[in-house]
Ligand binder design. Structure first.
Ligand SMILES: [Zn+2]
Length: 466
């Protein structure tokens, strides 16, 4: 049976379940983590097949983690990953838990800051299903000899390769020790393959298989292009044992799933759908006909009270006053700001209010797209520095105009009204590019979409195999 598991790396991506973007209300006396919900708690369906938790993120009792406060670290070790992540209900029984060391967080250090024993303690006390060996990331990756030649003109290639070899040695030596010790524990061990070119990757995979590994993660390819990754997987085909399963560490380009499956990749982890939503303002939708998903640009309405907007107003007060008066003359908004006693801040605030009111009405009724779009762009023009006449260079005009047209398309399509993920039903204001809560919700919606997409692709692969 074809299988492909998507793991979502834990970065404390939880949200306040009582947040309402329409009036910005939240849980009273809100406590982070205790009052928050994980993506799987707030969505109707599981948005991933497993979660990946890193030792570097959680930390040990002695070494602080990058993401967890000491109190959460203690809870994690006490409860174990499943209970800590609130995946201990029967309906989550199939959700897998994978642990790794979080090598990306210490790639600048000479050696991994943890020992194999500390890592094993983390996996054992966390009660993980799978544990990944202690690795040290190798950067960069050269797709061919020409890429090496190009690098040689900019840096000391010999030194770079010697450092890469040193890191591969550390990784393989740890993998050997880890494999032997992990036999006494209930989690299944994954070995990490690193390389700076195809030959060194092939060597790593071969050695890991000789140690005994049949579960191998492909590491360090996070920065490489899709064709380089697929090319590498293709070249590993010849040496892969029939029962060896690959996991792609930190990289899953969901459009490549059929190629991954063909190459023996059975799982991958990625924060990309979350980050594209949270920081990139992307909103994913499933294509209704083909097994594809699209990325739309979510409309943005910055918070006027937020520091960034307040600083922008303070810094450009005079220019903004003139800008708003010009916009008024050009009939670029439909509210009256002619009272000269109004401060610039008050004008921007009123434009924000008008924009939010119209967006909400449009969300509910679908009426007056033009008036809504006009209010949205008017507010964008006073809250986004790039629109100030002194900043609006010809090179910025094109991208800004393209974004405007994407905003219009997004509003016009009203895709969020058809989404039943568990978040979008709360309305546009809960997923708009605006507040941390709505931005993270958009990322969570994206997780739901990529998993639906992935399941669709896998079931169509299965039916073609029948
Ligand atoms: Zn949704």
């Amino acid at each position: 049976m074809t299988k492909f598991r998507f793991y979502f790396p834990d970065n404390k991506d939880f949200v306040d379940p009582n947040f309402d973007g329409r009036d910005n209300s939240r849980t009273k006396y809100h406590r982070a983590y205790d009052d928050d919900s994980y993506p799987h708690e707030i969505l109707h369906e599981m948005p991933y097949d497993g979660m990946l938790v890193s030792l570097a993120g959680v930390g040990t009792m002695q070494k602080r983690g990058k993401y967890y406060e000491q109190e959460l670290t203690e809870d994690f070790y006490f409860l174990g990953a499943r209970e800590f992540l609130r995946l201990n209900k029967p309906k989550y029984a199939n959700v897998k838990l994978m642990g790794d060391c979080g090598a990306f967080d210490y790639h600048n250090e000479d050696e991994p800051p943890f020992t194999v024993d500390e890592l094993i303690e983390f996996y054992d006390r966390g009660r993980f299903d799978y544990g990944i060996s202690l690795d040290h990331i190798v950067f960069p990756y050269f797709k061919n000899e020409e890429a090496k030649d190009a690098a040689a003109s900019k840096c000391d290639l010999h030194e770079l390769i010697a450092e890469s070899e040193r890191r591969i040695d550390i990784t393989l030596k740890n993998a050997k020790e880890f494999y032997e010790k992990a036999k006494n524990y209930r989690f299944e061990a994954y070995g990490v393959a690193h390389g700076y070119d195809k030959a060194s990757f092939i060597r790593s995979v071969k050695e890991l298989q000789e140690i005994g590994y049949r579960k191998i993660t492909i590491g360090g390819m996070i920065k490489s292009k899709t064709d380089e990754l697929l090319d590498l997987l293709e070249s590993l085909k010849d040496i892969r044992e029939p029962d060896t399963e690959f996991h792609l560490l930190g990289i899953c380009r969901f459009e490549n799933i059929p190629a991954y499956v063909k190459a023996g990749v059975t799982s991958a982890d990625s924060t990309s759908p979350m980050m594209q939503g949270l920081k990139g303002g992307k909103y994913y939708t499933l294509d209704s006909e083909e097994p594809k998903y699209q990325e739309s640009l979510m409309i943005r309405a910055r918070q006027c009270d937020h520091d960034n907007v307040q600083k922008h107003i303070e810094k450009h007060r005079d220019e903004l006053r003139q800008h708003i008066s010009n916009m008024s003359e050009n009939n670029e908004f439909d509210i009256d700001l002619s009272n000269t006693a109004l401060s610039v801040n008050e004008c921007v605030k009123r434009l924000e209010k008008d924009c939010l009111k119209k967006l909400q009405r449009f969300d509910e009724t679908g009426m007056d797209l033009e008036g809504t779009f006009k209010a949205l762009i008017a507010y964008e023009k006073v809250s986004n520095e790039s629109y100030l006449p002194s900043k609006l260079t010809p090179s910025k005009e094109g991208p800004l105009a393209r974004n405007e047209s994407k905003y219009r398309d997004f509003l016009n399509q009203r895709a969020w009204r058809q989404c039943g993920c568990g978040i979008c039903e709360g309305g546009l204001m809960n997923i708009i590019f605006r507040a941390n809560q709505s931005n993270r919700r958009r990322g969570i919606h994206n997780l739901a979409i990529v998993t639906k997409h992935k399941d669709r692709v896998i079931s169509s692969l299965q039916s073609t195999l029948k």
